[in-house]
Design a protein around this ligand. Sequence first.
Ligand code: HAM
Length: 424
Amino acid sequence: MSTANKLQAIKGMPDILPDAISSWQHVESVIRGIMHSYTYSEIRMPTLEKTSLFSRSIGEVTDIVEKEMYTFLDRNDESLTMRPEGTAGCVRACIEHAMLRNQQQQKLWYMGSMYRYERPQKGRLRQFNQLGVEAFNFIGPEIEAELLRISAQLWEQLGIAGDVRLEINCLGELASRNIYKEQLVEYLQENITKLDEDSKRRLGTNPLRILDSKNPDMQELIAKAPVLLDFIDDKSKNNFLQLQEILNLLGIEYIVNPRLVRGLDYYNGTVFEWTSDKLGAQSAVCAGGRYDNLVTMLGGPDSSAVGFAIGLERLLLLLEPETISYTNAPDCYLICLGERAGQQALRIADVLRKKMPQLAFHQHMGSGNFSNVLKKADKIGAKVALVIGDDEIANDTVTVKFLRGAGKQVTVKIGEIKEVLREI
Ligand code: HAM
């Protein structure tokens, strides 16, 4: 087959192979434990949504909507989009199922794949996984602090607390942000010759995003720009100060970064990002903030909202591989040689699995010579080999050979095997 015809995964949409799965499962089980302890409920939304959901929520002039969405017409000529993030779908689901009626509070989380047509590089994929956490109808800084505490706890339990840093900012309400926007645009107009092409384009559409530019030539200009925190409304400012007090109380370290804006339009009030120097250019491992206007923008009842999402691939890049052991080695390796033994072994394995559901059994299949099969059992990490030959079948017994530790080989009746395997 020529290379052009070779079937390969789509660029930026990698397989996650069995060797990596124990790390994923470890992270997922820590996440489930934390979500349970904070009483957040899981929600699962579909991968495909109507395109308008994302353009209306994330914003028409954001990078995501302008150039990163996987959008297509289905067979009924309806424009659908593979979700680039989970917040919009979560809000849609809450409205659709009347979960926010009468200011009902909701604490929700979801895990799943998201899709963005970005240029793939380390920590930046076209299909990636997020943990998203969203809380509705909680006003005040306490919930923001709780969400930051949840993320901090995840770093602690995964042993990466020393590798991440929290930056927070406050975007204020739309009205005060608009006043700031005017001042910022005026300043940038005066310095238009110093703007790069991307920023010139954003000046008319989304000027706040210019503050987020990573272009080194623009950093001086950005450093001297008016500061958003000087313009925001008193209510948002007070909330932000109270949040800082709670973070101090909880011992969560943070930096106030007045230039932190965020690439999605739905935020107001507090925004935050956890970043790591270990991730190279794609340094944000977790990001979020308040988005009190999104529910009404999407046709739901007036509801405050705040949340964050963690990029799980980036999180996994931060974990030390040696801290995670491969856990899928069998406890028992059933060796059955001979045709009749092979068939009987399936039945015996069934009996053993029912007797000892906590143990993992791997059954040898096909032919092979006894000592080679035994070597293989040892190599894949089995604790014991259970040998079933013609004699064993005739006597309803199994021969137990311990591959780890000093246990002696014994032949026992199947009814008594549980006792012999008690140690493992
Ligand atoms: P976001 O900043 O677009 O926010 O994405 C959150 C996180 O997802 C990022 O910090 C990063 O770790 C990960 N991520 C984003 N794009 C990629 C990519 N192409 N490859 C790998 N990882 C990526 C949101 O998605 C908001 N929905 C967060 C939120 C929830 N705000 C409120 N609630």
